[in-house]
Design a protein around this ligand. Sequence first.
Ligand code: PEP
Ligand code: MN
Length: 357
Amino acid sequence: MSTNSSSFQFTANSKDPLIITGPCSAETEDQVLNTAQEIKDSTAHVAMFRAGIWKPRTRPNSFEGIGSKGLPWLKKAGELLQVPVCTEVANGRHVEEALKAEIDVLWIGARSTVSPFIVQEIADAMRGVDIPVMVKNPINPDLALWLGAIERVEQAGIKQIAAIHRGFSSYNKSKYRNVPNWEIPIELKRQAPQLTLICDPSHIGGKRELIAPLSQQAMNLQFDGLMIETHHEPDAAWSDAAQQITPSSLAKLLASLRTGQKEASNNNDYPGLKAYRQEIDRLDNYILELLAERMNISAEIGAFKKKEQIAIHQPKRWAATVKRALEIGATNGLSETFILELFQKIHKESIERQSKT
Ligand code: PEP
Ligand code: MN
């Protein structure tokens, strides 16, 4: 379809996931059209075609995108597949050129979402235009920055907005290219339940074999769609070669995806679930009471330390507390990361309580 921009609607909370696919970057007209043709020939049911035209890269001298001359290739791919097309915009000029070329949907990339002035420039360039916009999470795990970018786009009058979760940079070694930190998109959805939430397992995983399990996890967490990079010859891709898959692999992946999992917020629909949830609520209440009791003791110990001129934080005592918690946790089948993060949170609150006395 040569869609006009206003005809596309994001649908949050629908049964079938919205599938956005296409290469990381538009490289040549043949590559874009061959990829689109293979998508068409595969059985994959896709809703939108993607390709990066301007590519913000971490280091200079890598391929930074083909630029505006690739925009008509994208439109041709959209006509071939009868779907809207989307691309990344990283400044006001990109928006103008994409609009001139009648690109149907725009997205703001992770390296732009971090920068309020650039997001504002992009939003200003969209003002008064009826075009759907997708906002990727910032590269750092900062929900407020993600929400802030969404608000800037909203305040420019854009009605159709989706959020794309593409994972977060991490200094720690990880099997992921960008760690998922699922709790962040989950919290985004809690704060903005009407927002369409799309997962980009390609940039989270960074390698082919992680894309299927990440896509399934996104479905289990009730994401509304997936953006998956495909290329007719992934190994020869000019950017993100390791994570791109062929259109036929995409079709296989989608065929094996368990989608349309049921909503069960209402306990009365499933009596079995109700019993489990009552038990969870009872334990949660108990945990909260115990935490309150612990923090009251923190306040008392804070007063004691102050009187005796003892420093609030005692590194050796803290190291011993963590060691003990990790040992008990391990005996009870609780993971090291979970216990460490939990105790860091408790310790932080405890220090605050002690400091207030
Ligand atoms: C992309 O989608 O190709 C891309 C550059 O993504 P991100 O902004 O998530 O890194
Ligand atoms: Mn990419």
